[in-house]
Design a protein around this ligand. Sequence first.
Ligand code: RIB
Length: 328
Amino acid sequence: MTGRITVIGSMNQDVVCEVAKLPGPGETVLAVGSRTNPGGKGANQAVAAAKAGGRVQFVGRVGGDSVAAGLLDSMAAAGVKTAGLREVPGVRTGRAYVTVAAGENQIVVDPGANFAWESDAELAVLAEAELITSADVVVAQLEIPLAVVTWAAGLARRFVLNAAPAAELDDELLGRCDPLVVNEYELATISGAPTATREQAGHAARSLCSRGAPSVVVTLGAAGSILARRSAGSVDVTYQPAPQVDSVDSTGAGDAYVGALSTALADGADLGAAVAFATAAAALSVQSPGTHASYPTRERVVAALTALPPADSSFRTTRLETPCAPVD
Ligand code: RIB
């Protein structure tokens, strides 16, 4: 039986401009094309998890405008259930302004209804709590208020946090994340350590485990991902390479990764196997434009796993000038 996943997070309409080169500060460039896509890290991860075979519930907030209907259609088409989605009157649905060039992207989010949540006192009696406590895996990101993320983390049996966009996290929340999923920029913000090289990123991930995170996954795009996890008084670090593919659009590839990872975990996979499954899913997603439409089915991910390079458990992270605290 497939496990149950609840994604709590954002829904956005993405306004996408394709350009030859990403603009620098103060620069104006002409787009070669533009389109709108369903998006939002929460909705993307819910769709990616469902397409990868998960039974997915979504909890979030949308505005009372016409944009929300198109986003809901896209989620329903993937099989995502939206009993936990509330419409907030008088507020706009979230929007994201995405610029794409040669497989790279820049994103600015106008959160709108994604930040129109109930007060902290009201969270304690929200009906959506049942969708959180009944799930095998609960997944959140940081495009909704941190207080809501913390509330969900406290109720979840297993909590996966994609800390995007980056924000500082307290040790209590960190201690709930199994895993915390971050890219190298988010990892630098949260750990305060350099993450420019793979070895530095591994070291920074290890340091977050020392602060209490049960596990940390660092996504490095085409360079693969790093998995650090606490184990019997130490932290094990492995490196999962990614297959080399031609990327046409990396928008939402991190969401493909987190969604597929969550489905594998809800199905009972070990975290190392879930990282392999997620890596295969993300590599497939970058080969098509857009977000929801680019996410692969379970069958495609399973087929792609056969071509995945094996994980490297002899990977070394040492950066001796800032040694990690011992794990208790
Ligand atoms: O991760 C990609 C997503 O980030 C986009 O769909 C956009 O909506 C922003 O939330």
